[in-house]
Design a protein around this ligand. Structure first.
Ligand code: FMN
Length: 370
C-alpha cells in the first residue's frame, strides 16, 4: 500500500497522526515591547493544533538575530514564558510543536542591533533586498539594508553559543523540538552559498568550510537537546535575498550526507518554486534531479514544502518524493486544514495584505468548517 497523507509516521520520539505539517510562517505580531508571544498568538497556534506538527514562525535567537519588526524571540525570560503558553495550548488541544530558530545575518538594520551596530554576515556584501522596520510613529516601513560587517571568529563562536541557549530555552518553554532555519538567505544560508560567502578562513572557500557553521550549530544544539528533537530547514537553489551557489548539487548534496551523522528528527526542504513568499517564475531546471539525489543522500525523514495542495501532496508521498508535506499559506487561511483536506472541502483563500503585522484580522478570524 502506498503512503498517504493520512498514514501516521514517527518523527524523533513523536508519533504524528498524519503527514500535513504546518510550515513556519512569520506573521510579525509579537507583543511589544520585547517581542514576546501574546494571548492572540496563543489563540492562532491553538486553532491550528490539528496539524501533524506545527513548526513555529521564525524566532530570533538573540537581538542580533532580528531583522524585521515585531518578530518573536526566544532569548529573554518573558519570551520563554510567552512561548510556554503557546506550547501548553497546542498540547492541550492534542498537537505537537517545534520552534524555528532564526538568525537573519545581513538581512537586518542597525535599528534592531545592540548599540545600533551594523548587522553581521559572513562577508561585507550587501543583500539585494529590503527589510521591514518600525518608523517613529510605530508603523512598519520597508527599507534598504546597509552593507553588513564580516564576522570575526569570536563573533561566530558566540552565535553558535546563542543557538545552543535558544534551543535550551525552547525546550524549557515546552516545545517538542526545534527547527534550525538554514534557508531563505538568512545567516546560515549566507555562509552556505558561494555568492554571499567570500571568506578565506575555515568558514569560507570550499564547500566543507561554507557548511561548517551550520554543522557546528547542529552539533551544539543536538548535544544540548538531543538529535531526535532537532530538524533542519534548507532552501537549495532558492534565490530569495539574492542567494546563489556555484555548484548547488555538490554543496547541498554534501550537507544532506553530513546531516546523516546525527540521526535528526527530519530534514526539511523547500521547493524553489517559491522565492520567500512569492512564486519564482524562473525555477532552476536542475532542481528535480537535485531533490531526488538529496532524497537518496539523506537517510532520515524528509519534509517538502512549497506550493502543495492536497492532491499534489498525496501524489508526492505516493511517488516517495518526501515522507511529509508542509503547507504554508493554506494554513494561514485554514486553521483546520487537515480536516478540510480529508473531507475534500473547499479552502478559504488567505489574504496576503494581512500576512505581516496587524491585528487579529487575517490572523485568528479564518473560519473552521461548520
Ligand atoms: C507569510 C509568510 C511567512 C513566512 N515565514 C517563514 C518563516 O518564518 N520561516 C521559513 O522558513 N519560511 C517562511 N515562509 C515560507 C513558508 O514556510 C513556505 O515554505 C512557503 O510559503 C511555501 O509554501 P506554501 O506554498 O505552502 O505557502 C513564509 C511564507 C509566507 C507566505
Amino acid at each position: 500500500m502506498s503512503t498517504t497523507l493520512f498514514s501516521p509516521i514517527s518523527v524523533g520520539e513523536l508519533v504524528l497522526p498524519h503527514r500535513i505539517v504546518m510550515a513556519p510562517l512569520t506573521r510579525s505580531r509579537a507583543g511589544q515591547p520585547g517581542n514576546v508571544p501574546t494571548a492572540m498568538n496563543v489563540e492562532y497556534y491553538r486553532q491550528r493544533a490539528s496539524a501533524a506538527l506545527i513548526i513555529s514562525e521564525a524566532t530570533q535567537i538573540s537581538q542580533q538575530g532580528q531583522g524585521y519588526a515585531w518578530t518573536p524571540g526566544i532569548y529573554s525570560k518573558a519570551q520563554i514564558e510567552g512561548w510556554r503558553a503557546v506550547a501548553d495550548a497546542v498540547h492541550d488541544a492534542g498537537g505537537r510543536m517545534f520552534l524555528q530558530l532564526w538568525h537573519v545575518g545581513r538581512v537586518s538594520h542597525p535599528s534592531f542591533q545592540p548599540n545600533g551596530a551594523l548587522p553581521v554576515a559572513p562577508s561585507a556584501l550587501p543583500v539585494p533586498g529590503k527589510t521591514f522596520i518600525e518608523d517613529a510613529n510605530g508603523n512598519g516601513v520597508w527599507t534598504d539594508v546597509p552593507t553588513p560587517q564580516a564576522l570575526g571568529l569570536d563573533g561566530i563562536a558566540s552565535i553558535v553559543a546563542d543557538y545552543r541557549v535558544a534551543a535550551r530555552n525552547a525546550i524549557a518553554a515546552g516545545m517538542d523540538g526545534v527547527e534550525i532555519h538554514a534557508g531563505n538567505g538568512y545567516l546560515l544560508d549566507q555562509f552556505i552559498n558561494s555568492n554571499s560567502n567570500h571568506r578565506t578562513d575555515s568558514y569560507g572557500g570550499n564547500i566543507e568550510n561554507r557548511a561548517r557553521l551550520l554543522l557546528e550549530v547542529v552539533d551544539a544544539i543536538t548535544s544540548e537537546v538531543g538529535a531526535e528533537r532537532v530538524g533542519v530547514r534548507l532552501t537549495p537553489m532558492g534565490r530569495f535575498m539574492g542567494m546563489g551557489d556555484d555548484t548547488p548539487e555538490q554543496t547541498f548534496g554534501y550537507i544532506a550526507e553530513r546531516l546523516n551523522a546525527w540521526k535528526l528528527a527530519y530534514l526539511h526542504l523547500v521547493e524553489p518554486a517559491m522565492v520567500g513568499n512569492v512564486k519564482d517564475d524562473a525555477t532552476d531546471p536542475r532542481w528535480d534531479a537535485m531533490i531526488l539525489s538529496m532524497r537518496k543522500a539523506y537517510h532520515g525523514i524528509l519534509i517538502l514544502a512549497g506550493g502543495y495542495d492536497g492532491s499534489s501532496a498525496a501524489h508526492a508521498l505516493a511517488q516517495g518524493r518526501a515522507d511529509i508535506i508542509a503547507f504554508g499559506r493554506p494554513f494561514i487561511g485554514n486553521p483546520d486544514l487537515p480536516e478540510r483536506i480529508m473531507a475534500g472541502a473547499t479552502l478559504n483563500t488567505p489574504d496576503p495584505t494581512t500576512f505581516f503585522g496587524g491585528t487579529s484580522l487575517g490572523y485568528t478570524d479564518y473560519p473552521k468548517l461548520a
